[in-house]
Design a protein around this ligand. Structure first.
Ligand code: CAA
Length: 255
């Protein structure tokens, strides 16, 4: 049974693989949840897909708002935050979840593949965090949860761009955690391993099978296993945890 609380959670890339599970979990926890999706001006189908995602969830009794925004663009996110503030309220829990891959060995990687990944996966963390912290500081409460990756910890063939962005999140998280430690705001990372989402299913089957064979638990993670950790880090129980990284990877990397 859902007991509504008075907190607003924003999940970037909220309609994606892990994002969907996070939205559903936080909604069940009682938050008013807003799922950000990609700038539809680049592809109208993204807006249609997001609307369908919302309608499907409404039919399941899960009322998650959707809001469009290019998360690496300061102006776009400023407008998005204004919309959320006007319609719902200021953001109490920010989950920087949106991420893309453009895998290629560096010999073959194009500048576009590099910059696209750094913008979406790392610059977005700066932009979105920057635009929520003033209100969190005013309220004396806030949670920023950055979804990194096992590959930011261990590196991965074909992912210099992705691993650099995901690894960059750790330095950002620890530094911002220091800056906000006295303000009632925690900043943490979660590092999922290979999780059963369209992103991982897009890896060529033979390559993916080889990766799975290296996971000590012998399987991919479930998005719900990541969402459970987000729920905990967002809760009041977790208030003494800041600057931390929680690895959820089936034993693939232990550090
Ligand atoms: N380790 C060492 N060598 C490797 C290798 C690996 N993991 N993968 C490929 N190679 C070698 C190949 O053996 C080959 O060597 P030779 O030239 O001597 O024959 C060379 O690299 C080139 O291999 P390919 O022809 O396969 O290269 P490609 O350009 O076609 O593909 C790739 C490279 C796209 C990166 C492919 O290897 C791949 O998809 N790898 C998986 C990357 C991955 O794990 N991505 C994760 C996506 S999901 C995600 O990121 C979520 C998360 O957070 C976990």
């Amino acid at each position: 049974m859902r007991t509504k609380n008075n907190r607003v959670a924003l999940v970037t890339g909220g309609t994606g693989g892990i994002g969907t599970a996070i939205c559903e979990k936080l909604y069940k926890d009682g938050y008013t949840v807003v799922a950000n999706y990609r700038d539809f001006t680049k592809a109208m189908k993204w807006r249609e897909e997001a609307k369908k995602w919302r309608d499907d969830h409404l039919r399941m009794g899960i009322d998650v708002k959707i809001v469009e925004g290019n998360i690496s663009d300061f102006k776009s996110v400023s407008r998005m935050m204004e919309e959320i503030r006007d319609d719902i309220g200021t953001v109490d829990v920010l989950v920087n979840n949106a991420g893309i891959t453009r895998d290629a060995p560096l010999t073959k990687m194009t500048p576009e593949q590099w910059f696209e990944v750094i913008e979406t996966n790392l610059n977005s963390v700066f932009v979105c965090s920057k635009l929520v912290i003033d209100e969190m500081i005013k309220k004396g409460w806030g949670r920023i949860i950055n979804i990194s990756s096992v590959n930011g910890q261990k590196g991965q063939f074909g992912q210099t761009n992705y691993a650099a962005a995901k690894s960059g999140m750790y330095g950002f998280t620890k530094s911002l955690a220091l800056e906000l430690a006295k303000k009632g705001i925690s900043v943490n990372t979660i590092s999922p391993g290979y999780t059963s989402t369209p992103m991982v299913m897009a890896i060529k089957e033979d390559v993916r099978e080889k990766i799975i064979s290296q996971i000590p638990m012998g399987r991919l993670g479930f998005p719900e296993e990541i969402a459970g950790a987000v729920s905990y880090l967002a809760s009041d129980e977790a208030k003494y945890i800041t600057g931390a990284n929680l690895a959820i990877n089936g034993g693939l990397h232990m550090f």
